[in-house]
Design a binder for this molecule. Sequence first.
Ligand code: GLC
Length: 546
Amino acid sequence: MASFHDKVVYQIYPKSFYDFDGDGIGDLRGVRAKLDYLQSLGIDLIWLTPFFVSPQRDNGYDVADYCRVDPRFGTMVDVEALIDDARDRGMGIMLDMVFNHTSTAHEWFQRALAGEKKYQEYYIFRNGTPDTPPTNWVSKFGGSAWEYVPALGKWYLHLFDVTQADLNWDNPAVREELKSVIRFWKRKGVQGFRFDVVNLISKPAQFCDDTEGDGRRFYTDGPHVHAYLRELVADTGIADLVTVGEMSSTTIENCVLYSNPAERELSMCFNFHHLKIDYRGGDKWQLMPPDLEKLKRLLCRWQTEMQAQNGWNATFWCNHDQPRIVSRLGDEGVYRKRSAKMLATAIHLLRGTPYVYQGEEIGMTNAHYTSIEQYADVESRNYYRILCESGSTPAEALAVLAARSRDNGRTPMQWSDAPHAGFSTGTPWLAPSDTYRTIHVAEACADPDSILHYYKTLIALRKRLPVIAEGEIAFYGMEIPGLLGYYRTLGDDALLVLCNLTGDTLAVSLPAEQTRWQVLLDSCGDAPAIGERLTLRPYEALVLQK
Ligand code: GLC
């Protein structure tokens, strides 16, 4: 069995997890203080988003020094202590490597600006005049993907914020620098790495305008990406660690190559297609109710095709870039608990390694901010301006942010109903959601029927039943609107997972054999009578075991 098939990863956004020193910003000692909580969940790996030295323009995804800890988060001693304390509890630390770009505050970029040719070759500079960017490519955070530097008479590429300059992976010196970073952290004893937008690292040989889109088709899963990943993994000896690549707008064909063990690239991939099912016309900033049938088709396709070609998915609903899943696909009201449990079931029993994002396990909801001042995220603030400039009223733009802003996933972790959700004794850098008065860890720990306890059950089941980690997947009842159904099988063992994705009751007919299977789990607590005609209640997940 591959070492990561039965693992569960918990993602921490340190800035919002727990503030130990009371300055309003979560920190590494805060993570250490909560290790017992994480251990009690049963998770194996803790993915920490970047805590390296950074101007924090994109909350640490703008790295100015890959091997130093940003003092806001703590010290190197804190990281070492965290790695040790986690290991003592049977958990490993997974670090987030942002290798597509550095902050423009990084020494390499500063030396490039100062005219050092060696460092200019670390980035993607193009000669030009101030009025004509080298291409019409659009930054993922809005606006042109190029910035002009008058003193140099050159443009540099930034697929994200203007302070996130893309690295030139075609330069072997850059690849060597990045390998040293991996070796540095590997020596510290980390157990895994997550690679940020890693399928964007290989740019085309020629840069040309995109007459059909924003440029992504030229650099997504680019010409040398697989060779560069193989080289990085081989030369740093991380093939035995758990590695996951964040793949932006990728394809199954490429994810098979990234994650099939024979290719010696990564353990698994994140893709985001299943989370774009409520983007009108594919545009994140245009709202639309979720297309549940499309969601099912995407999950089915990615699951079965990755399986057929021995690829491996990271399965997830939430992360620090996504709105909360209960608000998005579930129900924030009477069915909050039940829908959160149903959505957890859907993800955890798929074929792949599940990721739990902080707060998901207690059913945290979106932020419900009502003014632009409450938002901190650079992408949200940019798009608010872009939406208003392109004709939306401020109220309309705010409604879009309320559904789509990345800050929805970044509000402070709700530990208790104490002031600031028990996250900090100071003023939090981002306001907690008002829901903290009722939705918090203390309440969830005390309630045996909580979402938290259901997550613990799902995680424990993965350890107990090899069919979850290793079984084959086959979809069931695709033609029934609103039903996400699938079988998992391994030898004589089998599960049938039935998720009602809707707020209505759903009639499902079962084959005679399955009516004799046992109920393993039910998101409503009590299971319905099992017969050939089955009625699933709103947002009910039912798992039958052979
Ligand atoms: C990834 C990160 C996101 C960041 C971006 C640029 O998508 O998850 O938070 O803004 O990369 O580094």
